[in-house]
Write a protein that binds this ligand. Structure first.
Ligand code: NAD
Length: 342
């Protein structure tokens, strides 16, 4: 196993690993540990180039620093990436990755895109730094959806719109969107569900007495709140105008990377649409996993998840006062927490 430290400005440590016997080609990036040891998932992706792989791990590890800071967690940001096709993801390769994690230390890692819970179990056998295992903190999507619920409530409170008078559209009724739907179905005025999987969408709608919305024409439905719980980049140059036209007042959902580019935050602000920054509102998952390391009680963990609502309120108030979009304000607050601790 050959390890090489890459010197990347702004990052505490970036290490590349190549291991001939297992075929492992991976990078671990530790972005910042001012607030505590790094935490971040391990992604398996068939990157086209070495440069793509490096860019991804740098972007994702930095995002974790900001996410942990905004969640008030005593952790910093890191990420692991493995360049491999799914069929190349052998037990030997996963064990080699766990060994690489042990050698670097300083980072807790676990499930991410391309890595299943079973893969995580294999890695766990070789490393104490592997978290998010089946029999410990459990399914993170439950706490993620609870966090989204409190974040959404904070947005509605901010504009003085009670949930019982609100029409909400959830895009994606999977793990997070499905849980959220169950939580708000009784509370809101009308619930609209949308999913590419028609049967899943219809079943959920039937159970919750909700309506459905055709995923191809999602922005032709009328709603007050849009809750993206499926995929990234749904808020883009085209959709932002449609959201405005249908009268959307709030965007609050679990999906990662909701804005196609950061500048969309300015357009949303100009349109008067309240946007709950994705990495703040969807931090319930990392809070859930963190308990494996901190051993915090269920009450403390739930308190942290509920606090997502307070953090969203703080962002909305500062956004109004400083006349800057919420995504920009979230980054400013995160940087204040990370770099101006004293
Ligand atoms: P999931 O795979 O369980 O559910 C996603 C659902 O969205 C699926 O039912 C899928 O059919 C549907 N979908 C996909 N594309 C769609 C489209 N164009 N229109 C309508 N429906 C579509 O995923 P999840 O765990 O609920 O995660 C959803 C999002 O939240 C992802 O972006 C994920 O990265 C993010 N997230 C999840 C967690 C977590 O704890 N699971 C934590 C933080 C962030």
């Amino acid at each position: 196993m050959r390890l090489k430290d890459l010197k990347i400005p702004g990052y505490e440590r970036v290490v590349k690993c190549e291991d001939e016997s297992s075929g492992l080609n991976a990078i671990i990036a530790i972005h910042n540990t001012n607030l505590g040891p790094a935490i971040g998932g391990c992604r398996v992706w068939n990157y086209k180039t070495e440069e793509d792989m490096l860019n991804d791990v740098l972007r994702l590890s930095k995002a974790m620093t900001y996410k942990c800071a905004m969640a008030g967690l005593p952790f910093g940001g890191g990420k692991c990436v493995i360049k491999a096709k799914q069929k190349e993801k052998t037990k030997k390769l996963l064990e080699a990755m766990a060994e690489f994690v042990n050698k670097v230390g300083q980072i807790y890692t676990g499930e991410d895109v391309g890595l299943t819970m079973d893969d995580v179990e294999i890695m766990r056998q070789k490393s104490k730094y592997i978290v998010g295992v089946k029999d410990k903190s459990g399914d993170p999507s439950v706490l993620t959806s609870i966090g989204v619920y409190y974040g959404m409530k904070a947005c509605l409170d901010f504009i003085g719109l009670p949930m019982e008078k609100t029409k909400i559209l959830i895009q994606g009724v999977g793990n997070t969107g499905g849980n959220l739907a169950k939580r708000i179905a009784q509370e809101c005025k009308e619930l609209l569900l949308c999913d590419l999987k028609e049967e899943k969408m219809n079943d959920a709608a039937k159970n919750l007495k909700a309506k459905t919305c055709d995923p191809k024409n999602i922005f032709e439905c009328k709603f007050d709140v849009f809750s993206p719980c499926a995929l990234g980049k749904v808020i883009n140059k085209k959709s932002v105008k449609k959201l405005y036209n249908v009268g959307c007042k709030v965007i609050a959902g679990s999906a990662n990377n909701q804005l196609s580019i950061d500048i969309i935050g300015y357009i949303l602000k100009n349109y008067g649409i309240i946007y709950a920054p994705d990495y703040v509102i969807n931090a319930g998952g990392v809070i859930s996993v963190s308990r494996e390391i901190t051993n915090e009680s269920d009450e403390k963990i739930l308190e942290r998840v509920k606090n997502i609502g307070n953090t969203i309120t703080e962002i909305l108030e500062r956004s109004k006062k400083e006349n800057l979009p919420t995504n920009v304000i979230a980054n400013i607050i995160a940087e204040e927490r990370i770099y101006d601790k004293n």
